[in-house]
Design a protein around this ligand. Sequence first.
Ligand SMILES: Nc1ncnc2c1ncn2[C@@H]1O[C@H](COP(=O)(O)OP(=O)(O)OP(=O)(O)O)[C@@H](O)[C@H]1O
Ligand SMILES: [Mg+2]
Length: 360
Amino acid sequence: MVKVNNITLKNYRNFKSLKANFENVNIIYGNNGTGKTNILESISLMGKGRGFRNANIINLIYKNENNFLVESEIEQNLNKYNLKIYSEYFENKYKKILNLDNENTKDTNKFIETSFSFLYFLPEMERLFLSSPTYRRNFLDKLIFSKNKNYNKLINSYKRNIIERSKILNLPTYDLNWIKTIENAIIKTGLEIYKLRNKQISLLNDELEHFNKYNNYPFSAKFEIEDNFYNNTIDEQKYAKSLEGTRNIDSQIGGAKIGPHKSDLYAIVNEQTNASQLSTGQQKTLILMTLFAQCKYLINQNIKPILLFDEICSHLDDINRKILLDLTKQFDAQFFFTGTEKSLFSFMSTNVNFYNISKL
Ligand SMILES: Nc1ncnc2c1ncn2[C@@H]1O[C@H](COP(=O)(O)OP(=O)(O)OP(=O)(O)O)[C@@H](O)[C@H]1O
Ligand SMILES: [Mg+2]
């Protein structure tokens, strides 16, 4: 998979202009507000969408400038490519444009989309186990997406059909065949989402168990999906019957009472404690362990992910910090970590590219 060799930012967020070269392990450090998260975000733009903060394109442009440019050399199987990402104002809207070796075609876009696999940690993800089920489902879905690039199409199609069904149910009268067609589409995509999520959880649990055996992890953890409707006896017929049975209530309340959009994710630590009851630092450690477990899985699948971990050190004690950062040695992946102090990473000195952003 792809490695990012360097990056040049022009009129991007707080950077009028910036150039940086990257290695496999990169640590970007500097004071608050110097632009560390912005640099990680500019790399995340190489994936599908508007970066890891899902920002409006206009907010990516340096204040009062017209457009931004993120240019980089990327490398895949010893082939080097020039990748340009920039904003374009068209029909009253800002759009993100990707150019690979100065070409912008369906093929180049597909190549870029499928070549990058990101795993990222943002400071607000510390609250994963205390946030809403939606936030946790998104976390799980992003893990699936890191391997399966068609997964977001499946999710979008499912969501579209749920909305469509709601609209029909709210009509004074509707054609029964019409609702059945929509519900069949919901069932097909819904069962596929359940299947992929269960598969993801099971391989994550396997990797976590493996890690625990061979590394000095602070605790063991097992993820589970909580869903009031689904179990492994649910097939198309049962699903159809249940959806039919909830039409009435769904037409009154809106949405749909059952389905994978109602699932939640939780983790049990050391076979007894719900992760939401751990301390802040322990919860963060668990989330990072999970991301590293997914990293390991991707590497086993011949995917070389790019890990963007913002503020990786805060709330971690020396022991957990060392355990987690030491893992970078084991993985053939590209890492970008940020922190306010270089000293937090001092024990990692070999083969690490330190980048002091405050001195620019
Ligand atoms: N479009 C923009 N134009 C100019 N400046 C911007 C723009 N968007 C964001 N900024 C500024 O970029 C600065 C750096 O933001 P960033 O979040 O990357 O800092 P950071 O180094 O990650 O800080 P912290 O250590 O607090 O996390 C902020 O002060 C913000 O106001
Ligand atoms: Mg930041």
